[in-house]
Write a protein that binds this ligand. Structure first.
Ligand SMILES: Cc1cc2nc3c(=O)[nH]c(=O)nc-3n(C[C@H](O)[C@H](O)[C@H](O)COP(=O)(O)OP(=O)(O)OC[C@H]3O[C@@H](n4cnc5c(N)ncnc54)[C@H](O)[C@@H]3O)c2cc1C
Length: 420
């Protein structure tokens, strides 16, 4: 079959890989000049099957309101910020998100995110072994750190959930945290939770290597090609209009991150995918002895830190209501503060590169994958805050659905139909 993959982020390129492996003739289309130039470009790099958690959680309504109020009234640097817009899509999404903030929905959503994250991790390991791809990955486990006793108490609860779900983990006191990650500032932490199965890696490098390999195998990449319109005819997707002409295929995969909403709408598919802006800094390592050896999650500031080659990446903050990727250095204060207080002297902060990306978020945190009401249009989008972690699983599930193969985990629970 001739398949057009719309979007060359990590999810689109992973989908192209599995489609190619299943014998299809694949073309990938993207408006950028190369792969992974948007949200997959400079994310925090955590591949976290054990950590995968929805943002819609019990207690988040209150917490969000406090953060938003502090950001507005006190101009504080909070993990969540919100700019209201006259946009029905934003309001509908927020109403749905609030509806997910209860114990029952949280438990169901976390379990579902965990299923795709673990499946995706297994796919990633197989893929990298098969192709010999390396992407500055670390595989020693990620450490969640807590800055105070309250955070540590919550970690006790999280540990119980992990135990119930059979997820490997270890609660650690300060000495144990320092034995695992010697460069951590002792005075900054109260304890930690080690997740030995979690990893880090440079998502952009991974996607770029995978795209380069696919090119050698005959997969076509059409860059600098903005998709302007999806066309349907007689109940099927018939063509894709681009700035440089019309493209058609036997099947299509929509993998345009938060851009999927506008494109889906053109053919009557409502995708609750909202851009939630986040920021990262990338700094050269100043002194390797002072830098982390693996992934760190700073729970209090909601910042994830990863070593990436001779640099350190720190990323966080959720800004709802911004559709652009403009970034000012002040937007990156929280990642900067997290890195400099947990690992003082590790990075050359004066040489930080600042970046912003738009997480393609669904209200329940899980991606949207699989068929639509058009028999030849499929989805691989909505990876949200975990889109790097879930990309290979999303790609494999989407390809299986197109090929009519049975999927190894239930694709139905990632269907867009769950929102209707
Ligand atoms: C600050 C931050 C930190 C993060 N940290 C992590 C993390 O540690 N772990 C994790 O798992 N996830 C993380 N994420 C989330 C992760 O980066 C995303 O979920 C993931 O990169 C999404 O991949 P994607 O392929 O769906 O989207 P993208 O990489 O954005 O790809 C979509 C592609 O579609 C193209 N496109 C869109 N519209 C059009 C159009 N009209 N025409 C042509 N092309 C179009 C774009 O150019 C783009 O290349 C983070 C995100 C942010 C912002």
């Amino acid at each position: 079959m001739r398949v057009l993959v719309l979007g060359a982020g990590v999810a689109g390129v992973a989908t192209a890989y599995y489609l190619h492996a299943q014998g299809h003739s694949v073309t990938v289309v993207d408006r950028q000049s190369g792969p992974a130039r948007e949200t997959s470009f400079a994310n925090a790099g955590h591949v976290c099957p054990s950590y995968a958690t929805p943002w819609a959680a019990p207690g988040m309504k209150m917490k969000s309101m406090k953060w938003i109020a502090a950001a507005w009234l006190l101009r504080q640097d909070t993990p969540l910020r919100y700019t209201p817009r006259l946009d029905p899509h934003q309001w509908r999404w927020l109403a749905r998100w609030l509806g997910e903030c209860n114990v029952a929905r949280y438990a169901a959503n976390k379990a579902r995110m965990g299923r795709i994250a673990r499946y995706s991790h297994a796919q990633l390991v197989t893929l990298r072994e098969r192709l010999g791809i390396s992407y500055e990955q670390t595989t020693r486990g990620n450490l969640q750190v807590f800055r105070d006793q309250a955070g540590l108490d919550n970690a006790g609860l999280a540990a119980q959930v992990l135990k119930d779900n059979g997820v490997d983990h270890q609660l650690m006191n300060v000495d144990e945290c320092l034995a695992f990650e010697p460069a951590l500032a002792r005075s900054a932490i109260a304890g930690g939770l080690l997740l030995p199965c979690d990893e880090t890696g440079n998502c952009q490098l991974f996607t770029q290597h995978l795209a380069e390999w696919l090119k050698t195998q005959g997969v076509i990449f059409r860059y600098d090609t903005a998709i302007t319109c999806l066309r349907s005819d007689a109940g099927r997707l018939s063509a894709v209009e681009t700035a440089t002409g019309t493209l058609s295929a036997d099947a299509y995969v929509l993998s345009c991150a938060s851009g999927s909403f506008a494109l889906g709408k053109q053919v009557g598919i409502a995708l609750p995918v909202l851009p939630v802006k986040g920021f990262s800094i990338t700094v050269p390592i100043a002194e390797p002895d002072k830098a982390p050896q693996g992934g760190i999650m700073d729970e209090a500031l909601k910042v994830a830190i990863s070593p990436m080659g001779d640099t350190l990446r720190a990323a966080g903050t959720a800004l709802i209501g911004s559709n652009n990727t403009q970034v000012r250095s002040v937007d990156c204060n929280t990642p900067m503060r997290s890195l400099s207080t947990l690992f003082p002297g590790a990075g050359v902060l004066g040489h930080a590169r600042f970046w912003a990306g738009l997480r393609p978020m669904t209200p329940d945190g899980a991606p949207i994958v699989g068929p639509t009401r058009y028999p030849n249009l499929f989805l691989a989008t909505g990876g949200g805050s975990n889109g790097w972690t879930s990309a290979c699983g999303v790609g494999r599930l989407a390809a299986d659905a197109i090929s009519g193969l049975p999927s190894e985990i239930a694709v139905e629970e990632f269907s867009v139909a769950r929102f209707t």
